[in-house]
Design a protein around this ligand. Structure first.
Ligand code: CDP
Ligand code: MG
Length: 848
């Protein structure tokens, strides 16, 4: 910004000349409209770059004109009939009463923290107030406001909403940008984006030049990206004294954030909600005629410290105790309105699972007996939602579209469905929304009166692009339960059904543990490295709640193990590429290797499948049939990953023949999941292209896709060190991981069907901890594959000679590389076989 005095002097000096020049052509008129770029300026004023001062001045002048135009547009809309109607609505939101206080706080402080009930207007109003006031003061074109959201879908829907409120199309003054998608134009001055996008922007421009205000929304969720962003922004604030940072949160732990930013002022937006009546599991039972008397036992259960600290599972003893209580209750209750299925489901009530039948019963109860009003059901994730939806669709009442409008709300929903969630249903139709914890705070559905809360939450596994690792469902926090309950009281007094006993609620943690403290830090550490920040450990120490040094060490070790970091913790070539790919480093490596070794197609399917979820369905009552259907795809491959590839390819063929529906039905496959895999495959393809790793020429990057053992090897290269040795003893088989732990195969794995497996190793994507540790999808691999493709490639003794991937990434266009490896592998196989047959053979002599 030019100092005012200097600006005036320059202004008077060049005013005449400038005006004449400006009006020289049509281009100049366009500039007056504010539709110009610096290229245009050069065209009209070829002498402009003689002095950058004049350049800046011209630009400034243009921006003022543009600001003037923005102001006119804004006023015209606000004075129009629809505009003023919209304004009346906006003025009814609690945030409006705090508008002036907020604006003045933002003007006088570099950082402020704002909290307020969900729905009070934080996300849609506050950034908009700033935009409007800047426009009103004639500086509209000078401001650049960024507002981050934890999820893609909320960034998109909020941008859409704010555009509507401003009487514009999306992409005019308001836009959004999420990974691989965006709508913004050169007039966009308020941008909603995911936190991941802002982090990436910081990667390219560490000073965020040109950005005037940053809003970080939903910080109470303590997502990894948000916590990471706060560290980076805190550092940036000292360099960019003019930058404004506004933190927004739903619940009231504002002090934590305020302290972190040197006691930044906090503002609370008081909201109004109606009272919500709470029903816990015992109340639900009681309403069916049974009074729970053995509550002492339940209390005992609730206070179990062990369980409190262990997030995921309850101790078996406690579980039995509570299950037997519920069973007891059932024997004595009548359950007229719930029917016998409920009786079964309650009898099998298991704190570790979500009882679909119980949810069905509660929904039935609401539809039959309760007053009108929409129902919001909190589920853990997409899998649960889609299973429950299928079950409810088959129900005579809940599946009847004339009486019930059944909708879902989750990260991967279609835009058309998104709109339906916010709309009111026709009269006498009850809206039921099955949602993930996304509906807890970031999305507000106005007409909710009933909330059904299963008490669990899981990170959405869909958003693979944000490289969120898949988590088991775990109990939510008290804050979350309160938040969920609050959703019922927005328009009138509401009801909330918690499908767990009160004592379980009492044992919940106050707040959820920040993501930074409960997930592997692999990709975060990679990002820190690529942002060229401090040493990883030192950098993370600056976090709001720093992670354990051990967790950091694990991540660094992991990155070294897969070859993303070298011994001195510097990014390797592979690491650089991995940090460009917005996926988990493991999967990123598999993709890169798939491209380098020219078998991209099957690898794209495997990686997408691992990022989305398993398309093989496992209906409780048809487990055997489903299992048989799945093994048909494995054809003695001893690989769940290959089965997935076959299933996907079969689906594509069936789709071409128009028989996709029948194909899925016959093979127990989820069409929706396959579709999601299909979409993700494409996105990964583009990402690889963006990173210059493939030219997307199907032939070159797939010339070796038919080579089964190479595909296996690439799967191994990505999943390593997820590897278990197959131990055959007498007639049984057991599996041991690298850390010597015993693991079992998941029942749904094709490998679980065999008595023996003719491979010495199984590589796997993830371990799941239940009472014992299970491995989910696995693929059998040979010794030679592990030697060549396990580990850092370039570290091991064998591969040391090859000076592998790091150098080769740049050479990957050379097709002979992959073939060379296939050959090498075959020779190695022969050698190993020889050695096994005759232990006296010296393979070092034999091998070339
Ligand atoms: O961010 P916060 O939870 O405080 O609220 P918001 O998302 O800004 O929403 C404020 C209000 O705008 C909601 O209470 C809804 O009434 C309305 N809104 C809407 O009608 N349609 C949307 N897509 C988003 C918000
Ligand atoms: Mg919000």
């Amino acid at each position: 910004v030019i100092p005012l005095s200097l600006q005036r002097r320059v202004e008077s000096l060049i005013q005449d000349h400038y005006d004449r020049a400006l009006l020289r052509s049509d281009k100049a008129n366009a500039m007056l409209e504010g539709n110009s770029t610096s290229e245009d300026i050069k065209e009209v004023r070829p002498d402009a770059n003689q002095g950058s001062l004049i350049d800046a001045h011209v630009m400034e002048k243009i921006l003022y004109r543009k600001s003037f135009r923005m102001k006119n547009l804004q006023r015209t809309w606000q004075e129009s009939p629809e505009g003023s109607k919209m304004l009346t609505f906006r003025k009814s939101l609690p945030a409006y009463r705090e508008k002036e206080r907020l604006l003045s706080a933002i003007a006088h402080n570099q950082v402020i923290v704002i909290s307020g009930e969900t729905g009070c207007g934080k996300t849609t109003q506050l950034p908009q107030y700033v935009l409007e006031s800047e426009i009103e003061s004639g500086r509209g074109a000078f401001c650049n406001i960024i507002c981050t959201q934890p999820r893609r879908i909320s960034a998109m829907s909020v941008a859409e909403r704010v555009s509507t409120e401003r009487g514009e199309n999306i992409g005019e003054s308001v836009g959004y940008k999420v990974r691989l998608e965006g709508m913004r134009g050169k007039d966009t001055h308020l941008l909603f984006c995911t936190s991941g996008i802002l982090l990436r922007k910081l990667l390219g421009d560490r000073n965020l030049n040109g950005v005037t205000h940053v809003f970080v929304d939903e910080i109470h969720e303590r997502g990894m990206n948000e916590d990471f962003l706060l560290i980076v922004l805190k550092d940036l604030l000292s360099r960019r004294k003019d930058l404004r940072l506004i933190l927004m949160s739903a619940t009231l732990n504002a002090e934590l954030f305020s302290n972190y930013f040197g006691d930044a002022p906090t503002i609370h937006i008081p909201g109004f909600t109606y009272p919500v009546r709470t029903h816990f599991l015992e109340d639900i039972l009681e309403s069916t005629g049974y009074k729970l008397t053995s509550s002492n036992q339940l209390d005992d259960y609730g206070q179990d410290k062990l369980w409190k600290t262990q997030r995921q599972l309850m101790p078996r003893k406690r579980k039995n105790q509570i299950t037997s209580l519920v069973e007891d209750a059932l024997k004595n209750s009548s359950f007229e309105c719930y029917g016998s299925r409920t009786r079964d489901s309650l009898a099998n009530w298991n704190p570790d699972c979500i009882g679909f039948n119980l949810i069905e019963a509660v929904l039935c109860h609401i539809c039959r007996k309760e007053r009108p009003g929409a129902v919001l059901v909190f589920m853990t994730g997409w899998d649960d939602i889609s299973c429950l939806r299928d079950q409810l669709k088959a129900h005579p009442l809940l599946g009847d579209p004339n009486r019930v409008s059944l909708l879902t709300c989750h990260g991967s929903m279609a835009t058309s469905e998104q709109k339906l969630i916010f709309e009111r249903p026709p009269p006498n139709v009850r809206k039921i929304v099955l949602a993930t914890n996304m509906a807890e705070a970031s999305i507000t559905i106005n007409d909710i009166v009933f909330v059904v809360d299963c008490g669990k939450a899981k990170e959405t596994t869909y958003d693979a692009l944000n490289n969120t690792p898949c988590l088991l469902p775990s109990w939510i926090s008290k804050a979350s339960a309160r938040q969920r309950r609050g959703r019922a009281g927005r328009v009138q007094p509401g009801e909330c059904y918690h499908l767990y006993p009160r004592c379980v609620y009492e044992a919940f943690n106050e707040y959820q543990l920040p993501e930074l403290l409960r997930t592997p830090l692999n990709s975060l550490c990679l990002q820190i490295k690529s942002l060229q920040l401090d040493s990883i450990g030192k950098f993370l120490c600056a976090a709001l709640q720093p992670p354990e040094p051990l967790a950091v060490q694990n991540a660094v070790d992991f990155l070294k193990m897969i070859g993303a970091l070298d011994e001195n913790e510097n990014l390797t070539n592979l690491g650089k590429y991995l940090s460009m790919l917005p996926v988990d480093p493991k999967l990123g490596k598999m993709l890169i290797m798939g491209a380098v070794f020219r078998c991209l197609d099957p690898i794209l399917t495997v990686v997408s499948g691992l990022s989305v979820r398993d398309p093989f369905l496992l209906p409780q009552d048809k487990k055997d049939l489903a299992g048989t259907a799945k093994s048909r795809f494995s054809a003695k491959d001893y690989s769940d990953h290959m089965a997935l590839v076959r299933a996907y390819e079969g689906w594509k063929d069936a789709e071409r023949e128009g028989s996709a529906y029948e194909y899925c039905w016959r093979n127990f496959l989820s069409a929706q999941t396959l579709q999601a895999i299909h979409t993700l495959r494409k996105q990964f393809g583009y990402i690889l292209k963006d990173a210059n790793l493939v030219d997307l020429d199907a032939r070159t990057c797939n010339s070796l896709s038919h080579n089964q053992s190479l595909v296996r090897a690439i799967i191994c290269s990505g999943l390593f060190p997820g590897i278990a040795s197959v131990v055959h003893r007498e007639s049984s088989m057991s599996f041991k991981t690298m850390d010597d732990g015993q693991v079992l195969l998941y029942a749904n794995s094709v490998n679980a069907k065999y008595q023996t497996i003719p491979y010495p190793w199984l590589v796997f994507g993830e371990k799941v901890k239940m009472n014992t540790v299970f491995i989910r999808d696995s693929t059998g691999v040979s010794d030679s594959i592990v030697m060549l493709f396990g580990g850092a490639l370039g570290k091991g003794e064998m591969v040391g000679h090859l000076k592998m991937l790091d150098g080769y990434i740049d050479l990957f266009m050379d097709p002979s590389l992959a073939e060379c490896f296939v050959q090498l592998k075959e020779e190695l196989d022969k050698l190993i076989q020889k050695k096994l047959e005759d232990p006296t053979v010296d393979i070092h002599k034999e091998g070339k």
